[in-house]
Design a protein around this ligand. Structure first.
Ligand SMILES: Cc1cc2nc3c(=O)[nH]c(=O)nc-3n(C[C@H](O)[C@H](O)[C@H](O)COP(=O)(O)O)c2cc1C
Length: 391
């Protein structure tokens, strides 16, 4: 396991380096990469520079309250863990490990449909709430099976991701032979296998955990979907607004729509029953060239008009990024790569380090701002470019 103590890992960029050292290239790049030229992915982080703080000085804030509520649940932190598919590739039982650490920290873990651990095991591994993220892979009946299992084991919200009609073009994955490696065909895999041999500690842990897996939350007629079929399956799993009718009927609980960029889609999501919206471009992994999420947050908040809770993800690497998103108006944010790097670097200890880095960054930023509670963060504390508000 890599070292992730506070002296050697000071920020999320350090966690990223530690993950790079432990993971084979194909796995690290799967986490780290984005679509096409990766412009949107980079912009998601860079755009936080466009928002500047306006602190209230000489305000004594001895303690800072980070608690917030999301869909009625009280969280100890204003950030949740986003769905990150195939986390079990990063670390043995990866989804269970990340969920346990999220629960211990007092926040929500979101489990992807495309996970390596079954939803009931993930729910049992944590004392915190679990949301279930839905892809319609395998069609309606298969999706309903997943919804039923998530409901049965007590997941508290269903996150429907709407930005994945096809998988984005992740050029790094093509170069690293992702498709060939999941084919299971020895001759096809052979040229790409050496990257595993360069990471023997990861390889040993991966093999001990069962090696190349299927997707236990996608139960087809003849059993869990094998890894080899994922690209083709995604392309046949488009979700459209019409699907929300049967999804609502099957789930009968709060629905979160993930992947909204515009006022129009925010209103559409609400019309189709969304209790919350996640302003998200999938971490720049889907449509490259779409605006960074913080930039479109004001537009979506205005359109939601208080009828749905508005969350944001994309590019969050520092506590100050979380504070800026809350000041602009997000109720809470989700983190993806920040914790995925931690999981890849050192399992639960790495996820805990990611959460600590963000938590302490939020506390410090809020003390410097003279703000004692996340509920008091608003636009008076930041300078937001005027054109963001005029759309
Ligand atoms: C490795 C990886 C896998 C992901 N898998 C999924 C997924 O299965 N479903 C989904 O809705 N989003 C998925 N996402 C997107 C995240 O939920 C989230 O939107 C994104 O990571 C946020 O950006 P950030 O990584 O810059 O924090 C994935 C992201 C990464 C990095």
């Amino acid at each position: 396991m890599g070292r992730v103590d506070s002296a050697s890992v000071v920020n999320v960029a350090d966690l990223r380096e530690a993950a790079k050292k432990r993971l084979p290239r194909v796995v690290f790049d799967y986490i780290d990469g984005g679509a096409d030229a990766e412009w949107t992915m980079r912009e998601n982080s860079r755009v936080f520079d466009d928002v500047m703080f306006r602190p209230r000085s000489a305000v004594a804030t001895a303690s800072v309250d980070l608690r917030t509520t999301v869909l009625g649940a009280t969280l100890e932190l204003p950030f949740l863990l986003a769905p990150v598919g195939s986390s079990r590739l990063f670390y043995p039982r990866g989804e269970e490990v990340a969920a346990r650490v999220a629960g211990d920290a007092g926040t929500i873990y979101t489990l992807s449909t495309l996970s390596g651990c079954p939803v009931r095991d993930v729910k049992a591994a944590t004392r915190g709430p679990v949301w279930y993220q839905l892809y319609l892979i395998g069609g309606r009946d298969v999706a309903i099976g997943g919804i039923e299992r998530a409901k049965h084991c007590g997941c508290s919200a269903l996150v429907v991701t709407v930005d994945t009609p096809v998988a984005g073009m992740r050029e790094r994955d093509v170069r690293n032979g992702t498709r060939e490696l999941v084919s299971g065909a020895p001759f096809t895999m052979f040229p790409y296998l050496f990257q595993f041999l360069a990471r023997p500690r990861w390889l040993a842990a991966y093999l001990r955990d069962g090696g190349l897996m299927s997707f236990p939350n996608i139960v087809l007629k003849d059993g869990p979907m094998p890894y080899a079929d994922v690209a083709a399956a995604l392309e046949q799993s488009m979700v459209s607004w019409d699907d929300f009718k049967w999804i609502r009927e099957a789930w009968q609980g709060p629905i979160v729509v993930k992947g909204v960029h515009t006022a129009d889609d925010a209103r559409r999501a609400i019309d189709h029953g969304a209790a919350a919206i996640i302003v998200s471009n999938h971490g720049g992994r889907q449509l490259d060239g779409v605006a960074p999420t913080l930039r479109v947050l004001p537009e979506v908040i205005a359109a939601a008009d208080g009828q749905a809770e508005v969350l944001l993800d994309g590019g969050i690497r520092r506590g100050s990024d979380v504070v800026k998103a809350l000041c602009v108006g997000a109720r809470a944010v989700l983190i993806g790569r920040a914790y995925a790097y931690g999981l890849g670097a050192a399992g639960g200890a790495g996820v805990a380090r990611a959460i600590d880095i963000l938590r302490s960054g939020i506390v410090r930023t809020m003390k410097l701002l003279g703000c004692a509670s996340v509920r008091d963060l608003d636009r008076s504390i930041v300078h937001v470019p005027a054109e963001w508000l005029n759309r």
